[in-house]
Design a binder for this molecule. Sequence first.
Ligand code: HEC
Ligand code: HEC
Length: 83
Amino acid sequence: MKKRDIFLLLAGVALVTFLWMAPEETTAPVPHDEIHEPFFAVAAKEGRKAAEASCTQCHNAEMVPFTENHPTTFRCLFCHKLK
Ligand code: HEC
Ligand code: HEC
């Protein structure tokens, strides 16, 4: 019983560490350029959800398509940080 508790604890710590580290290091942040600069202000004032509402105006199959293995296409700013 005790050994199992320690194992679960370590597994939990490992999982949290993994989730914490992985997106931060591998996912491109939102660039600071003319296109994206306005969203930094929107996110600061009205929240990330309000800023995200505009992303798919350009980031869609017709204009700036996603890569084939791109994960989900909502809540952009969970993964792509505004630095
Ligand atoms: C007006 C059109 C437009 C809108 C709106 C827009 N983007 Fe972009 N985005 C682009 C274009 C074009 C590129 C590729 C050129 C560049 O890097 O600026 C790009 C590139 C990117 C990149 C890749 C940067 C890199 O390092 O390769 C990310 C991440 C991104 N956008 C996220 C977002 C997010 C998140 C939003 C919403 C908050 C958003 N974009 C809204 C046009 C847009
Ligand atoms: C679950 C996390 C996640 C979400 C949510 C997400 N992305 Fe991504 N995005 C990634 C990862 C990981 C990559 C790199 C993998 C790849 O190249 O396909 C990526 C790649 C990109 C790229 C190309 C970046 C480059 O370096 O060329 C753009 C542009 C982009 N995402 C925009 C968006 C937009 C806009 C949204 C919301 C509509 C969004 N992403 C939602 C994880 C995410």
